[in-house]
Design a protein around this ligand. Structure first.
Ligand code: NAD
Length: 356
């Protein structure tokens, strides 16, 4: 155990899970969702600036671990995220994450943060930004299928940004639905627990599917989807992990984040490689049409893209100053003489073994 000389430390602000939760309480969940949504929309508008690549995935039988990098030319960001549907049975999260922002000019990190909670916020904010453009006018009712870790965030973002105040809930595990209802009590949404997905979608303007199952599941059948709805399909986000019957895709107009990634991971992995999709950034910038009729079925095949994490990281960086809600992390060796890395090691004061 060694203590480097204090002058030779370059600290990186680190936001722990505890501090992220404090920040949410300080800002408020709804304002924070709206704030992150604003950053996401802003980055969709400058889409062409970003370095883009499908995320780098390491698959195993039980799940996936992914790296999601991007850069706007002055700031670089990445997220580490996993997806392990079996985890909940073992008392673990399906999705956990952390992320980093760095200065492109120096390559030095400028922020390290937990991103498990932040991913839930950014995924919900993305869904709501998309629904703002695609959902039928005056939409107030959403069916929420899959009531796990992401679900309350989805509901709150749809309420705050799209005016959804009525939610029809279904999960194969009624305990998940009870948990959601308990968490959102008194938060301005009317909730109804429903015992089947078929019934839950009845009368819904927006259908959100947010289930976790490592298989080609059929959470929605073609005959469950009526004309005019907006489907926010976000649970299928990995090869071999989808939620919708293929026939729905052929009836709907399908909107995506970054086609090369969505063709690997999204619902459209079921379709031929040239299956037509519309890129959300083009809808947001007015270069492509979004919803064009009351009868159109719009489908957001959301898999989560690196720019959305980048937007969320930017939002956190811009909110941190003066909050004290971070720790300075000693994670960069930065000797006063940049070439004297060895000398810095020698100058570190050795402490006795066993002394903290
Ligand atoms: P979770 O495990 O906490 O919750 C999933 C819920 O789905 C559970 O309550 C489970 O009982 C329920 N479920 C499973 N199969 C079902 C079915 N056929 N019908 C109804 N309910 C069913 O997971 P989570 O963290 O809420 O994530 C949900 C999904 O969203 C995961 O697949 C995750 O990978 C994905 N996700 C996507 C994005 C994105 O950007 N698109 C971001 C985060 C998570």
């Amino acid at each position: 155990m060694f203590a480097p000389a204090p002058s030779e430390r370059a600290y990186v602000p680190f936001v722990s899970v505890d501090n992220m939760m404090q920040l949410i309480h300080r800002i408020g969940i709804e304002p924070m969702l709206a704030g992150i949504a604003g950053y996401i929309e802003e980055d969709f508008r400058r889409w062409e600036l970003f370095d883009k690549t499908p995320r780098v995935a390491a698959h195993s039988n039980e799940g996936v671990i992914e790296l999601m990098p991007t850069s706007d030319g002055s700031t670089y960001g990445f997220k580490y995220v996993n997806g392990h549907p079996k985890n909940t049975k073992e008392g673990l999260q399906t999705v956990t994450a952390f992320g980093l922002l760095a200065d492109v000019n120096t390559g030095y990190p400028v922020l390290l943060t937990e991103m498990t909670v932040l991913t839930a916020l950014r995924t919900a904010a993305t869904s709501a930004v998309v629904a703002k453009y695609l959902a039928p006018k005056g939409a107030r009712t959403m069916a929420m299928i899959g009531n796990g870790a992401q679900s309350e965030f989805q509901a709150m973002a749809m309420k705050e940004i799209c005016g959804i105040d009525n939610i029809r809930l279904y999960d194969i595990d009624p305990k998940a639905t009870k948990k959601l209802m308990r968490n959102l009590e008194g938060r301005g949404v009317t909730m109804v627990a429903i015992s089947s997905a078929e019934e839950a979608v009845q009368g819904a303007d927006i259908i959100t599917t947010c289930t976790a199952d490592k298989q080609n599941a059929t959470v929605l059948n073609d005959n469950m989807v009526g004309y005019g709805v907006h489907i926010n399909a976000i649970g299928g986000d990995c090869p071999g992990k989808t939620e919708l019957a293929g026939a729905i895709l052929t009836r709907a107009d399908v909107f995506v984040e970054y086609p090369p990634q969505t063709r690997i991971e999204g619902e459209i992995q079921q379709m031929p490689d040239d299956f037509p999709v519309i890129e959300m950034w083009k809808v947001i910038t007015g270069q492509s049409e979004g919803r064009t009729s009351d009868r159109q079925i719009t489908l957001f095949d959301g898999v989560g893209f690196a720019t959305e994490d980048f937007s969320a990281l930017r939002y956190i960086r811009d909110r941190l100053e003066g909050t004290g809600l971070y720790q300075d992390l000693d994670m960069l060796a930065d000797p006063d003489d940049p070439r004297d890395l060895f000398g810095m090691v020698l100058r570190a004061t050795p402490m006795k073994a066993g002394v903290e």
